[in-house]
Write a protein that binds this ligand. Structure first.
Ligand code: FPP
Ligand code: MG
Length: 296
């Protein structure tokens, strides 16, 4: 089924009628295609589900192109980012091409769907802006962090699940709840992997989030668990290039306070909420498992 999505993505890029866009897009790695898979799983019989999947994957790709410029990331999925090889201007404009093309196609869908996806992209952008603002100082506010996470990542996944349910005439509210919690869990696992996975598996440097200034959930939990000296040391390390000693200290403290287990517990609880919303559905349960068990 994903083949159809890939073919439609290629067709949409061809329709842009700009060879450079084809060349640059060909260099991007597709990734897990979680959003398209989710749509196809919820609405397997809907004839327009593959097109909706292609549209949201283009939007997602555009958001990552812009995010890599904003984060000044040199690597994406283990290969040099477009901003690294072609420069930021090209990365931004390729993102603009992808998401405006996606929005043109979105107009052919039921307004309930097009509005849901479009609204989610507004939220995505607000979330990204909050993320950038929050980098300036160490954040110990868990609710603020979770709000930013919802906006930046979960909202598009929520809109995908909602829209696919509308296409399939299923319970859109229940599926939206599933998507929201899946999205939150997905991002928390991302936060965990940034700490636990090595550079080769991850395709980006380890402890990269904290070096970039992002105080993700494990760091908020760690901060709460540390004594005054530990809190001071953690804050001093925030948004700094870490030497091996400080990296080692962070890992040791994370282990001492079982932070990774706690973060996985939190992600697991969100997954349970997601499953509770939709009842017994083996295919959607399988998606949850791939998200929680992934290693990169
Ligand atoms: C990755 O976060 C970024 C996102 C999930 C969203 C980025 C959103 C925008 C740039 C605004 C929307 C823009 C368009 C064109 C639709 P991360 O930096 O935490 O994750 P990473 O480690 O994968 O970079
Ligand atoms: Mg980033």
């Amino acid at each position: 089924m994903l083949d159809k999505v890939e073919a439609l993505i290629a067709k949409l890029i061809d329709e842009v009628e700009y060879t450079k866009a084809n060349e640059l897009f060909a260099k991007l790695l597709g990734g897990k295609r979680l959003r398209a898979r989710l749509i196809l799983t919820i609405a397997p019989e809907a004839p327009t589900a593959p097109l909706l999947g292609a549209i949201v994957e283009l939007i997602h790709a555009a958001s990552l192109l812009h995010d890599d410029v904003i984060d000044e990331s040199q690597l994406r999925r283990g290969v040099p980012s477009v901003n690294a090889t072609e420069g930021s201007k090209t990365a931004i404009m390729l993102g603009d091409i992808l998401y405006s093309k996606a929005f043109s196609e979105l107009t052919s869908f039921d307004p309930a769907i097009s509005r849901s996806i479009a609204d989610s992209v507004t939220k995505l952008s607000v979330g990204e802006m909050m993320d950038v603002e929050m980098v300036t100082e160490f954040n110990s506010d868990r609710d603020l962090y979770l709000k930013m996470l919802y906006l930046k990542t979960a909202t598009l996944i929520e809109a995908c699940a909602y829209s696919a349910a509308v296409l399939a005439q299923k319970d859109a509210f229940a599926h939206a709840t599933y998507g929201k919690n899946l999205g939150l869990a997905f991002q928390i696992v991302d936060d965990i992997l940034d700490i636990t996975a090595d550079e080769k598996t991850l395709g980006k440097p380890s402890l990269n989030d904290f070096v970039e200034g992002k105080t993700t959930l494990p760091y908020i939990d760690l901060y709460e668990s540390l004594d005054e000296n530990g809190k001071k040391r953690l804050i001093e390390n925030h948004a700094q290039v870490l030497n091996e000693e400080e990296k080692g200290w962070i890992h040791t403290q994370m282990a001492r306070h079982s932070i990774i287990e706690r973060s996985y517990g939190y992600a697991r609880a969100l997954c349970d909420e997601a499953l509770e919303a939709i009842g017994e559905d083996a295919a959607l349960r399988a998606i949850i498992e791939t998200v929680i068990q992934r290693s990169h």
